[in-house]
Design a protein around this ligand. Structure first.
Ligand SMILES: Cc1cc2nc3c(=O)[nH]c(=O)nc-3n(C[C@H](O)[C@H](O)[C@H](O)COP(=O)(O)OP(=O)(O)OC[C@H]3O[C@@H](n4cnc5c(N)ncnc54)[C@H](O)[C@@H]3O)c2cc1C
Length: 73
């Protein structure tokens, strides 16, 4: 049987979260984002609060969740 696949439209926090959990549950996941970088509204937050966003990413790495996020693209 072929692996189930999903497509997520939009790489904001909602789309990225969906991608992570779909990948973790065995779905072949593709995220389409119209902008050159993912993140959506959260990118605006990064420009305002870079320290907290970097800490969040470090936490993701320490929990091995960044792997799922990257492999979804
Ligand atoms: C200053 C600020 C502070 C915030 N603080 C908090 C907070 O403390 N806690 C909290 O819970 N929330 C907070 N939020 C809200 C939170 O950031 C948003 O609710 C969240 O980012 C929304 O994510 P989303 O994926 O639903 O939408 P978006 O982030 O808007 O992502 C949608 C994505 O879809 C893409 N897209 C749209 N149309 C298409 C298309 N046709 N094809 C491909 N891609 C497409 C867009 O480019 C975008 O990247 C804050 C927001 C702001 C602006």
């Amino acid at each position: 049987m072929s692996k189930k696949a999903i497509i997520v439209i939009g790489g904001g926090l909602g789309g990225l979260s969906t991608g992570i959990y779909a990948q973790m549950n065995g779905y072949e996941t593709t995220i389409y984002e119209k902008n050159p970088v993912p993140g959506g509204l959260a990118i605006l937050i990064y420009t305002l609060f870079p320290y907290y966003v970097k800490k969040f990413l470090k936490d993701l790495i320490s929990q091995d969740l960044l792997f799922y996020l990257i492999s979804a693209f």
